[in-house]
Design a protein around this ligand. Sequence first.
Ligand code: F3S
Length: 446
Amino acid sequence: MPTVYLETYGCQMNVADTEMVLGLLEQAGYARTSDPAVADVILINTCAVRERAVERVRGRASSLAQYKSGDRRVVLGITGCMAEHLRDKLHQEAPYVDLVVGPDSYRRLPEHIERARGGEVVQDTALDPHETYQGLDPSRSMTAGVIGHVAIQRGCDRFCAFCVVPFTRGRERETAPEEVVRQVRGLAEAGFREVQLVGQTVNSYRFQQAGREVGFAELLREVAAVDGIERIRFVSPYPLGFDAAAIAAMAELGKVCKHVHLPLQSASDEVLARMRRGYNFAEYRDLLMALREAMPEIAVTTDFLVGFCGETEADFEATSRAQAELRFDNAFMFAYSERRGTLAARKLPDDVPPEVKQRRLAQVIEQQRKITAEIYTAQVGRRERVLCESLSRRSASELLGRTDAFRPVILAAEGAGVGDLVDVVIHRTGPGTLYGRLAGKEHAQP
Ligand code: F3S
């Protein structure tokens, strides 16, 4: 049986895609291996959102190309957003790459791999505005059988000035609600405890067909009605289109985790307008307050993008003040880098000097570190329900789990196992991590 080795970079959509691609390849007769040295096919599922992510994959691909030098014919393929973004440039800069396959062409991957194994160089980067991969079952062998991903939406219609995603993933389209529920049932039957609903602007989910319309709130209710799934998360919402019905569904449904990742990017209205985000800071803050009012325990995380075109010191100070005021649980923080093909790359000068970008980035990182530490310290002494996701990276005698609010918790593995939903008491904190002691096993996996 031929073997396939996969590596995934980027967002949860790519994680969901890798699970789906592996399911497709398993059906086509491939077995997964975690050792690239023995693989017949090596696939790197990539991200193009920042130049640094692309550079990392370039380095990784050239290092994995060493496995092509033996007697066996080994196929090396790049899939995902970087494949879509660079297309034939990838073959030119890395002639050892046999396959370049974009996010809408995965159904044809088995046949493309066969052609590449026969010696052809294959590129398929056609975008398909209708592809939702309906009917394909993701592999269940990717994760420890605890968290499964279901892509409820693909593509993006927002066209933020800095973002490459609408170009790498095409226009927004929704997975039919019946298909979402079918996949969630499959996860429940396979023993998964948590489902993550994935989409580029996931809260804008609106499935319309033959006069019927199902919105995000209704979909959440349908997924929550599936027996066996204990937790539901969704990534990543957009600050627009988060309606009252969705907030009410989140608040009412016990299975829906009280955590939301809501990318702010900047708190300067001028910068937000140049970014084409479609909201101003006051609107963002109103939404955050509505979420916190409906769910006082909710944890909110965010993204900050500093050093965007034309960002002045006053713009940046507005972001820094907002960060202090809104007290996010945590944040992904980046300095702007230009992406080919985007509106910003075509029309706006990348005029904030690199050292200024780095200083601003260091400042938001430091401020966030302090805020996160304060929020986490306030958790000490609390009893929390934790889903044990895996063994901790540090030690096989410890488990890594997450609270409902997505805070990571380390606890001793004695008395609990991966997949258990347990009660713990938080007894101390470390940087970005909580440490807990088992307080009850009544929620262990049956
Ligand atoms: Fe990256 Fe593509 Fe996701 S650019 S962030 S992998 S949609």
